[in-house]
Design a protein around this ligand. Structure first.
Ligand code: ADP
Length: 259
């Protein structure tokens, strides 16, 4: 990932982070949070010091994904990010009740994000992986304006509908001049655990095709897989909990390409 020096010096906190890598999708439910978590763990497995910022202010998922529930401590006026499998995690979900709806206007969302970025004791990091909310809204704009995004990873399912939105996400990052690291096709295929047969439930290959058309790298595929879902739901993402599994290998490969 190339460094973007022009926005350095914006905050002492961000200055200690080498690369800010955002993970985005055009729409929700395509596996962006799952991919973010496992990519973060994959980067850590390759020796990087990694933080994960859950920038989905309205629908945070990192606390659950990483099995964290305690409120972050405050040290020297900064929130201390709880750790899971060596990843420093920060999320709005730590600060608000799970059942409280967030009814905020854009400026409040931008302010919350700014705090999650700057008023957190991230320390020295090689990468801060930012799990973005779906779509192209206030959070995306704030991130682009306030941080030196080293690169954006776009997650899509193989289907047309998800891809149309993914193309929008690509266009948005290009517009704000954030480098696109590439597109990942999630739920790309299904390997039947009983018969070993392969099914392409949501079709296949659409993301690779679109990446080629858009002139951005295609980073690879992750299967639709029971273990990926189960480990995420249990707060033990597969790369952290079962690093030697074939499922973890998929993300370790993707992380190596992002790195
Ligand atoms: P998003 O962040 O795009 O809204 P999530 O990462 O929350 O999506 O994923 C939505 C649901 O799909 C979750 O229950 C998650 O466990 C599941 N999921 C995501 N990716 C996969 C996958 N490759 N295989 C199986 N289940 C997956």
């Amino acid at each position: 990932a190339p460094a973007q020096p022009q926005k350095r010096g914006m905050s002492a906190t961000l200055d200690k982070i080498r690369f800010i890598i955002v993970v985005a999708s055009g729409k929700g439910g395509v596996g962006k949070s799952t991919t973010s978590a496992n990519l973060a763990l994959g980067l850590a497995a390759q020796g990087w010091r990694v933080g994960l910022l859950d920038a989905d202010i309205y629908g945070p998922s990192a606390p659950r994904l990483f099995g964290l529930s305690e409120k972050p401590k405050v040290d020297n006026g900064k929130l201390v990010p709880p750790e899971s499998y060596g990843i420093k995690v920060m999320s709005m979900g730590f600060l608000v009740d799970e059942n409280t709806p967030m009814v905020w206007r854009g400026p409040m969302v931008a302010q919350a994000l700014t705090q999650l970025l700057n008023e957190v004791a991230w320390g020295e990091l090689d990468a801060l992986v930012v799990d973005m909310p779906p779509g192209t809204g206030d959070v995306q704009l704030t991130m682009a304006q306030q941080t030196p995004i080293a690169g954006a990873v776009i997650v899509s399912t193989p289907q047309d509908l998800a891809l149309i939105d993914a193309r929008r996400a690509v266009a948005m990052f290009q517009k704000v001049e954030a480098p696109i690291l590439g597109i990942i096709e999630n739920m790309s295929y299904f390997l039947c655990p009983h018969c070993g047969g392969r099914s392409e439930i949501f079709s296949h290959g659409g993301a690779r095709h679109d990446a080629e058309k858009l002139g951005v790298p295609f980073l690879g595929e992750a299967p639709l897989d029971m273990k990926i879902r189960e480990t995420s739901d249990a707060g033990r993402p597969v790369v952290g909990a079962e690093p030697d599994s074939p499922q973890a290998a998929v993300y370790l490969n993707l992380a190596a390409k992002v790195k």
